[in-house]
Design a protein around this ligand. Sequence first.
Ligand SMILES: Nc1ncnc2c1ncn2[C@@H]1O[C@H](COP(=O)(O)OP(=O)(O)O)[C@@H](O)[C@H]1O
Ligand SMILES: [Mg+2]
Length: 260
Amino acid sequence: MSKSVVEVEGVSRTYTTMRGENVHALEDVSLSVNDGEFVSLIGASGCGKTTLLRLISGLDKPQAGTLALKGEPILAPSPEIGYVFQQHSLFPWLTIENNIAAGLKARHVYKQFKGDVPKYISLVGLDGFENYYPHQISGGMAQRAAIARSLINRPSALLLDEPMGALDSFTRADLQDKLLEIWRADGATMILVTHDIDEAIYLSDRIVIMTPRPGKISEILEVKFPHPRHRGGVEFLSLRGVILEKLNLASALPHPEYKI
Ligand SMILES: Nc1ncnc2c1ncn2[C@@H]1O[C@H](COP(=O)(O)OP(=O)(O)O)[C@@H](O)[C@H]1O
Ligand SMILES: [Mg+2]
């Protein structure tokens, strides 16, 4: 048995809006993520995926339940947990190399680990782009730089909140392959939020299906077939059908109306 890195136990988070209404973003959510595992969270917009990532990252706190990283309570953000946002959040005034080094500098360990900078640039396939600025590279490359900037801190878990959401479908497929490569080479534990079922199947060991209002985990599915996964393969398509059904999208397709 692999050991668990992230433990979420009975977590609830309710927001109070400015009009005084309560929004039950998450209710009694429990999830355990193992060392080196790739887990995707999938569900309709508003079902609490970002809320759950923010809680795991220590950026937010629950009203009920506990969160732990390697057995220690998660109380505040730390480099131990990396966070990659939908829109890359590189510093526009720094080169790619300096963006990736920024985490080391913030932790005052740059001198000790500066040899890692070229290593992580290579890992995400950005050799030759060290001296470019974020606006000079594509969205997919910028996301890879953001991933390197987090991974260089050797986090125990990397949280990715729809990192491919803003990319076109070709760049997206490319980044998915790159992410798999990075995951294999680095051994990082990945928790990915996506609303793309194919992306979840292509990448994950397990897929966590969430339902909204209040946000709950409705099902956790294992993806057992090996990489590389063929998007048109029988196992792929059959799991896709299962997930669609669980998400109730299948039944949400418009029914033809007959009016004479
Ligand atoms: N700061 C906030 N104040 C009030 N409601 C919020 C806040 N953040 C999120 N919500 C609400 O909580 C629910 C879950 O949001 P979120 O976690 O962003 O969902 P997802 O990432 O799955 O789209 C949504 O209904 C959203 O409108
Ligand atoms: Mg979100």
